[in-house]
Design a protein around this ligand. Structure first.
Ligand code: ATP
Length: 350
C-alpha cells in the first residue's frame, strides 16, 4: 500500500516537474572503487549544480555495469556504500535528487534486452571503451561488449533529456541517441532525445598521473595514477609529487606536447575556477617541482571537507542503505511506467 501511494506521489511530482521544465537528468557512476578527481570534475560537480536547477534528477550507482569485469563480492558491497557516502559528501541531496542503486530497479536490465535486440554487433565492436577494456582481458565477457546497451537503457528508462558525463562517455551517449531514434521510428514515439552535457573546460577529461596518455580511472590497478576524493593530505602530496611530467622545468599550458604538466594545470583550474592562462601567469618563477606543492595544497583545500564528511557517513551503513532503498523505490515507479509502454509498443503485452 505504501509503495502504491508512494508511486502515485512520485508520478504526480515527476509529471509536474516535466510539465514545467520538460527536462529530466540521468547519470550513473560505477562502484568500482573510490571516486577520484576525474569523476568529481567529469560528473559530480555538474550533478550537484543540476539538482539545483532541474526539477527531475536521477543519479544511479550502476552496480550492474561494475560486474562486467570481475569484482570481489565483499568489496563490491562496501564500494556501493562508499560511493553513496562520497556522493552525499559532495553535495548530492536525496531531497532534491533520486539517488539509487541500479540493480534494485529491474527495468534497466529488461529494457536493455529489448534495446540489445535492436543493436548490431558491428556498432558495439567499434566503441572505444570496449576496445580499451577488452585489450587487457583474455576471455572477453559478453557483459563488457553489451555495456553501452545497458547504459542506453539506464538513460531511456527514465526518458532522460540531459545526461551529464565526462568526455570519455560521448560515444556511448551517441548510441543511446541512436537507439531512442530507432525505437521511436520502429515502434512509435516514446523516448525524447537524450542530450550530453559535457564540461567545456579543461577538466572534461583528467588524465592518469602516472601515464598522461590515459584517462584517470577508478579501475586502473596503480592507485598512484589518480587522486581519490578520500585521500589524506599526505597521500595527495605524495601522489602529486610523483606525477609524471617531462624534462622541461617551466610551467606552461600545452596539453598536446606537455600532457603531464598540463594535466596538473587542468586539475588546478578545477580547484580554483581559474583559466589555464591565469594559472600559468600565477606560476611564473616556479619550476614544476615547486608548482606541484601549490597544486597539492589547492587539491587538499577542496577535498578536506569531502573526505571528512565521507568518513563520518561511512560510520552509519544502515543510513546509507536506507537512502538507496528510498531512492530505488522512487526510481522504480518512473521506470515501471516506461517499461509498460515499451511492452505495449513492442507487442509484448496488449
Ligand atoms: P572505471 O575505471 O571503473 O571504468 P571510471 O573512473 O572511468 O570507472 P565511471 O564510473 O565509468 O568512472 O564514470 C563515472 C563518471 O565519471 C562518468 O560521467 C565519466 O564520464 C566520468 N569520468 C570518469 N573518468 C573521468 C576522467 N578521467 N575525466 C573526466 N571525467 C571522468
Amino acid at each position: 500500500f505504501l509503495k502504491r501511494n508512494h508511486h502515485l506521489c512520485i508520478s504526480r511530482n515527476s509529471l509536474c516537474n516535466i510539465s514545467t521544465s520538460m527536462e529530466r537528468v540521468f547519470s550513473g557512476i560505477q562502484p568500482t572503487g573510490t571516486l577520484h578527481l576525474g569523476n568529481y570534475f567529469g560528473a559530480l560537480k555538474k550533478w550537484v549544480e543540476l539538482q539545483e536547477t532541474c526539477g527531475s534528477v536521477l543519479y544511479s550507482i550502476v552496480d550492474l555495469h561494475s560486474i562486467t569485469l570481475p569484482q570481489d563480492p565483499k568489496i563490491l558491497h562496501r564500494n556501493i556504500l562508499e560511493v553513496t557516502a562520497c556522493l552525499l559528501a559532495c553535495g548530492i541531496n536525496p531531497q532534491k535528487s533520486i539517488l539509487f542503486q541500479q540493480s534494485k530497479v529491474s527495468q534497466h536490465a529488461e529494457l536493455a534486452w529489448v534495446l540489445g535486440c535492436m543493436t548490431t554487433m558491428a556498432r558495439l565492436g567499434h566503441l572505444p571503451q570496449f576496445k580499451e577494456k577488452s585489450a587487457s582481458v583474455k576471455d572477453i565477457p559478453l557483459g563488457i561488449f553489451v555495456y553501452p546497451v545497458l547504459q542506453s537503457a539506464d538513460i531511456l528508462v527514465y526518458k532522460a533529456t540531459k545526461v551529464p558525463v565526462g568526455e570519455d562517455q560521448l560515444q556511448h551517449l551517441q548510441l543511446a541517441q541512436h537507439l531512442a531514434k530507432l525505437f521511436n521510428s520502429k515502434y512509435g514515439k516514446l523516448f525524447p532525445h537524450p542530450k550530453a552535457l559535457i564540461n567545456d573546460d579543461c577538466t572534461a577529461r583528467l588524465r592518469s598521473l602516472r601515464d598522461p596518455t590515459k584517462k584517470m580511472s577508478k579501475s586502473e590497478p596503480d592507485p598512484k595514477s589518480r587522486i581519490d576524493l578520500t585521500d589524506s593530505e599526505e597521500v595527495i602530496l605524495e601522489k602529486v609529487k610523483k606525477a609524471v611530467t617531462d624534462f622541461e622545468s617551466a610551467v606552461t599550458w600545452d596539453p598536446k606536447n606537455r600532457p603531464g604538466v598540463s594535466n596538473l594545470i587542468a586539475i588546478h583550474c578545477g580547484m580554483t575556477g581559474k583559466t589555464p592562462e591565469e594559472i600559468v601567469q600565477d606560476a611564473q618563477g616556479l619550476d614544476t617541482g615547486k608548482y606541484k606543492l601549490v597544486v597539492a595544497d589547492a587539491i587538499n583545500k577542496v577535498l578536506q571537507p569531502i573526505r571528512e564528511e565521507t568518513m563520518r557517513l561511512l560510520k552509519d551503513p544502515p543510513f546509507l542503505e536506507q537512502i538507496l532503498e528510498d531512492g530505488s523505490m522512487k526510481a522504480s515507479s518512473i521506470a515501471e511506467d516506461t517499461w509498460e509502454s515499451v511492452r505495449k509498443l513492442v507487442g509484448l503485452s496488449s
